[in-house]
Design a protein around this ligand. Structure first.
Ligand code: NAP
Length: 283
């Protein structure tokens, strides 16, 4: 079997088209234009590139963006002051703080200071709590929401499947498990203390790997015909790869390319969340 592609770039384009139309409908009926404020601390070139890509994606669908920069020596208090000003700014729909921030910044304090309505990444405990409880109104974090939408738009039924998530981080693993559970999958979450990882992964109709370990998932660990989502970004000899070892594409039924799978979906969900933040704020 050669796996079919879970094409994150194609589904991301659908999301941009849908949000672009929704924004222009808003504008044509005289409603407010969404606006994304990005915050970059320091001068890491990769982070600067990610921020400018996100701004470009926003502009592409008619969402305004504004760029805030702090030096790499910035303190938690300086970042808190900026976040509080952006919370108060009526023109700002959503706030993105590019991570990782420099080590001296206490991101837990910063996330708590965000207005939950403007928390485009869904990191604030109010949003995480609403998502965990399966209640409406919470902001779903971008990567997990992107994974689930990619599966759904690719026609993969989630309900009733055995889903295995490798990784339990607050950023990816845990919220992905919750979103799959909400869609009635039977979900197993694996981590470094899991005994016999392969015994779990082999039962997975849907396998999401977010361990950040190149070659962790060998072809023997994959159920034939399953859908495999390779979230991780590992750099091996200057090349991006995920967690999958050679030959998984010959066993899986569906597979995300890496790059070109989850990454584009994550960026598209940021734009969707920005639009939805404005709708939540102003109707
Ligand atoms: P993280 O915080 O380092 O979490 C990794 C998780 O994987 C942990 O729960 C860890 O278990 C588990 N793990 C590590 N090695 C394992 C092993 N050998 N067996 C079983 N479980 C193992 O990373 P993250 O923030 O969740 O991100 C995961 C990966 O996704 C990274 O490569 C990251 O760059 C990538 N990522 C990609 C996107 C995208 O848009 N494509 C977005 C976000 C993240 P313990 O909890 O026991 O330590």
């Amino acid at each position: 079997m050669t796996a079919r592609v879970l094409d994150g770039r194609a589904v991301a384009r659908q999301v941009y088209d849908q949000i672009g139309k929704a924004v222009s409908d808003r504008i044509s009926r005289g409603a407010s234009r969404p606006r994304l404020a990005t915050v970059l601390i320091g001068d890491d070139p990769a982070s600067a590139m990610y921020v400018s890509l996100k701004q470009r994606n926003a502009r592409g669908v008619g969402i305004e963006s504004e760029d805030h920069r702090l030096p790499s020596s910035a303190t938690t208090e300086e970042l808190l002051a900026l976040v509080e000003a952006l919370n108060r700014d009526e023109a700002v729909s959503a706030i993105l703080i590019q991570q990782p921030a420099p080590k001296q910044i206490d991101m837990r304090q910063v996330v708590l200071a965000l207005d939950p309505v403007k928390d485009v990444d869904g990191f604030h405990p109010i949003n995480a709590g609403l998502v965990a409880l399966g209640l409406p109104g919470g902001v779903e974090p971008c990567t997990p929401a992107g994974i689930v939408l990619l599966l759904e738009r690719s026609g993969i039924g989630i309900e009733g499947t055995n889903a295995v998530v490798v990784g339990r981080s607050n950023l990816v693993g845990k919220p992905t498990a919750l979103l799959l559970l909400k869609r009635n999958a039977t979900v197993t979450v694996c981590h470094t203390r899991t005994k016999d990882l392969a015994a779990h992964t082999r039962t997975a109709d849907i396998l999401v790997s977010a361990a950040g370990r190149a070659n962790l998932i060998s072809k023997e660990m994959v159920k034939p015909g399953s859908a495999v989502v390779d979230v991780s970004t590992n750099w091996v000899e200057g090349r991006q790869m995920g967690d999958l070892g050679p030959g998984v594409d010959a066993v899986a039924g569906w597979l995300t390319p890496n790059p070109g799978g989850v990454g584009p979906m994550t960026r598209a969900m940021l734009i969707k969340n920005t639009y939805e933040a404005e709708v939540r704020r102003r109707g």
